[in-house]
Design a protein around this ligand. Structure first.
Ligand code: AMP
Length: 421
């Protein structure tokens, strides 16, 4: 039997309903905050990711699914969405007229990481990107949106961690300080960090290897070397979060490690996920639109790890699994044909229906009806058909009543009293 590829997975019925619920809540959140949806391709030219994510990152160095297509062009399955959305923003001149655009997308990403719980090679993200707004207040609003989404999904224990990455003016000073600090620690750093400490020292700060983490506990904090503008923005972020009563932690280790990223950066962490504790990450990337050939416009955004979010939502199954409104149990060939016609008519009216096509005993059909979670069962046998009637059983109370077939659809509609979706 052919199995699926390692690190890839199927989302099966039962779980998919939860995913749909998260998608709906996310779409509603984006509507509430004035975001429009954008859909971007799964594949792009490799160069787009190499240039935007950065050559010195794990993603570009070792995790991308890159291959030549049949024409010989190097293409890559997208490892993240920001680069594609920036490309689309530039390519379609979405900045013309009003450069302010708030966009979101939901879909799969691909990274060839070592698979483990909470880490897949095809995983899903909810992405938001805001273009053309330099004010740090929009960063706070993005954090508020994440907190709101998590609360609407009954996620407890999700805390924003924030940091600033400074800007091209003040970051070099911090980089120099950090490089000096790291030079004295090389004995305790992992080989990746030793390499990074020369090429991209900020990345060392978020290494997860325990000995590196320990050596970095005394590392300098960028917040202490921010220039006045960056410092003022970071203050605004902290004060505004306080004013909105959003608890947060300042985390000097939170970095994105690329030159395009600037100022506010954030992550939502949770204790509910074990090692993979980041359920969302984001921040400002003011240099990227320009670096990819567009105008010099600020941008900021976030990515929620959908798979991880699905693990920690606190909703009840009843909140999102749609059981049939009506299950029809029919006994005998004539009744099955009638039941089939009713089920088609009811389904067309937007009533959720299911029926048993097997002509098995009533007991066996009722078992199936019970398993389906249907609130009501219509029972029809030869006798009922003769009387032009059906029995309606309320599965919660076990009460039964006989109702005439005439006007059945309207009667069922009145019975189920459900807002049609
Ligand atoms: P990033 O694009 O790396 O900032 O990741 C944003 C979010 O996506 C993270 O906080 C995770 O929740 C999620 N994520 C990243 N990589 C994976 C993966 N390999 N498997 C599952 N979720 C992931």
């Amino acid at each position: 039997m052919i199995q699926l590829i390692r690190g890839f997975r199927d989302i099966l019925p039962g779980e998919v309903e939860l995913w749909q619920q998260i998608e709906q809540k996310a779409a509603k959140l984006f509507k509430d905050f004035g975001f429009a949806e954008i859909r971007i391709p799964i594949m792009e030219r490799t160069e787009l990711f190499a240039r935007s994510i950065g050559e010195d990152t794990d993603i570009v160095e070792k995790e991308m699914y890159t291959f030549p297509d049949r024409g010989g062009e190097l293409i890559t399955l997208r490892p993240e969405a920001t680069a594609s959305i920036v490309r689309a923003y530039i390519q379609h001149k979405l900045y013309a007229g009003d450069p302010v655009k708030k966009l979101y997308t939901i879909g799969p990403m691909f990274r060839r990481e070592r698979p483990q719980k909470g880490r897949y090679r095809q995983f899903y993200q909810i992405n938001a990107e805001v273009f053309g707004i330099a004010s740090p207040l929009i960063d706070v609003q993005l954090i508020l949106m994440l907190v709101t989404l998590f609360s609407r999904l009954s996620v407890t224990d999700a805390v924003p961690h924030i940091n600033s990455l400074g800007c091209p003016q003040c970051r070099p000073q911090f980089k120099a300080l950090l490089t000096d600090f790291l030079a004295a620690k090389t004995d305790n750093l992992c080989p990746d960090c030793i390499r990074r400490s020369e090429r991209n020292p900020l990345r060392v700060l978020d290494c997860k290897v325990p000995s590196c983490r320990e050596s970095l506990s005394e590392a300098p904090s960028i917040v202490d070397t921010l220039c006045p503008d960056c410092s003022r923005d970071f203050d605004t972020v902290r004060k505004t979060l306080d004013r909105l009563s959003i608890p947060f932690q300042v985390d000097k280790r939170l970095v994105r490690g690329l030159d395009y990223y600037t100022r506010t950066t954030f992550e939502i962490q949770t204790g509910a996920l074990g090692a993979q504790n980041a359920v969302a990450g984001g921040g400002r990337y003011d240099g990227l639109v320009k670096a990819l050939g567009g105008p010099d416009l600020p941008a900021t955004g976030f990515a929620v790890g959908f798979d991880r979010l699905a693990e920690i939502v606190g909703l009840d199954k009843q909140d999102y699994v749609a059981a049939p409104d009506i299950f029809i149990a029919a006994l005998g060939e004539q009744c099955i044909i009638k039941a089939f016609e009713w089920s088609c008519a009811l389904g067309r009216e937007g009533i959720r229906i299911d029926m048993d096509f097997s002509d098995k005993s009533l007991k066996s059909q009722m078992k199936r009806a019970d398993r389906s979670g249907a609130r009501h069962v219509l029972i029809v046998g030869e006798k009922e058909l003769e009387q032009q009637a059906v029995i309606v059983r309320d599965m919660n109370t076990s009460a039964q009543q006989k109702i005439p077939i005439a006007g059945l659809t309207e009667k069922i509609k009145a019975l189920i009293d459900r807002k049609q979706d």
